[in-house]
Design a protein around this ligand. Structure first.
Ligand code: DX5
Ligand code: ZN
Length: 232
C-alpha cells in the first residue's frame, strides 16, 4: 500500500521543508497537483516547484497534470525530476500520444479519470499504463468531500486488472482520510493520495503509518496472487 501525501495541502511558504517532512514521514511517493487554470478552475505550481522539492524528497515524485495542453509540459517536468506523470483521459484524442511521450521521456505513465467520466473510457489504455488514478473529487481544490459514487469505478478497474493480468497501480485522490482510505483499499486501490488528512498533522509520520496500516489491512490484494508493477 503506497501513501502519497499531496503537496497541494502543504505550507506553500516552506515547500522545501514540507517535502523533507514528507520524506521523513516514510511516505513512498510525494504527489504534486499541477493545475493550469483551464482544465480546472485553479492554478497551483509548475516545474520549478518539482525542481525545488526534488533534493528534499528522495523517493518518488508523482506528478498529476490537470492541464488542457500537457504535451508542452512533459519535458520541463521530466527535466525538473518527476518520476511519474499522470494525464487525464478527458483529453480525448491527445491521450495516446501523451502516454507514448511520457514513456519516451523515461517516466512511469499514469492516466486519471474524473468523477463524471464513464469508467469504460479508460479501458483501451489499460495495457499501456503503469497507474490508473480514479479521482474521488472533482479536480481543482484540496479539502473537498469524498465522492462515494467513485468507489465502484475502483472496483471495476481492479476487476479489469485481474481479468487482463495487468500490473498497473490503482491510485485514488481527493477526500482521502483514514475512513475513505479503508473503503478505497477494500475496493482495490493500492496507492492513496491524501493532502488535507495528512499535512495538517504535526506528526506526519504517525499519520502516514496509520493510514497505511488501516488501508493495507482492508486491501484484498494484501497477500493477493498478482504482483503489482514496481512501486518506483
Ligand atoms: C484535486 C487535488 C486534491 C489533492 C488532495 O484536484 O488532486 O485531490 O490532491 O486533496 P485532499 O485535501 O482532498 O486530500
Ligand atoms: Zn492529484
Amino acid at each position: 500500500m503506497i501513501i502519497a501525501p499531496s503537496l497541494l495541502a502543504s505550507d506553500f511558504g516552506r515547500l522545501g521543508s514540507e517535502a523533507a517532512r514528507a520524506h521523513r514521514s516514510g511516505a513512498e511517493w510525494l504527489h504534486l497537483d499541477i493545475m493550469d487554470g483551464h482544465f480546472v478552475p485553479n492554478i497551483s505550481f509548475g516545474p520549478e516547484v518539482v525542481r525545488v522539492v526534488r533534493p528534499h524528497f528522495k523517493r518518488t515524485l508523482d506528478v498529476h497534470l490537470m492541464c488542457s495542453a500537457p504535451e508542452i509540459l512533459l519535458k520541463p517536468f521530466a527535466d525538473a525530476g518527476s518520476d511519474r506523470i499522470t494525464v487525464h483521459v478527458e483529453l480525448g484524442e491527445q491521450v495516446t500520444s501523451l502516454l507514448w511521450k511520457i514513456r519516451a521521456n523515461g517516466q512511469k505513465v499514469g492516466l486519471a479519470i474524473n468523477p463524471p467520466t464513464r469508467i469504460t473510457e479508460v479501458r483501451p489504455y489499460l495495457p499501456h499504463i503503469d497507474l490508473l488514478l480514479v479521482m474521488t473529487v472533482n479536480p481543482g481544490f484540496g479539502g473537498q468531500p469524498f465522492i462515494e459514487e467513485c468507489v465502484p469505478k475502483v472496483q471495476q478497474v481492479a476487476a479489469w486488472r485481474r481479468d487482463l493480468g495487468l500490473g498497473f497501480r490503482i491510485e485514488v485522490d481527493g477526500g482521502i482520510n483514514d475512513k475513505t482510505a479503508v473503503e478505497c483499499a477494500r475496493a482495490g486501490a493500492d496507492t492513496l493520495v491524501a493532502g488535507t488528512a495528512l499535512f495538517r498533522h504535526r506528526n506526519l509520520g504517525h499519520a502516514v503509518r496509520r493510514m497505511r496500516r488501516l488501508a493495507a489491512a482492508a486491501s484484498p490484494a494484501a497477500g493477493g496472487d498478482f504482483k503489482l508493477a514496481s512501486g518506483g
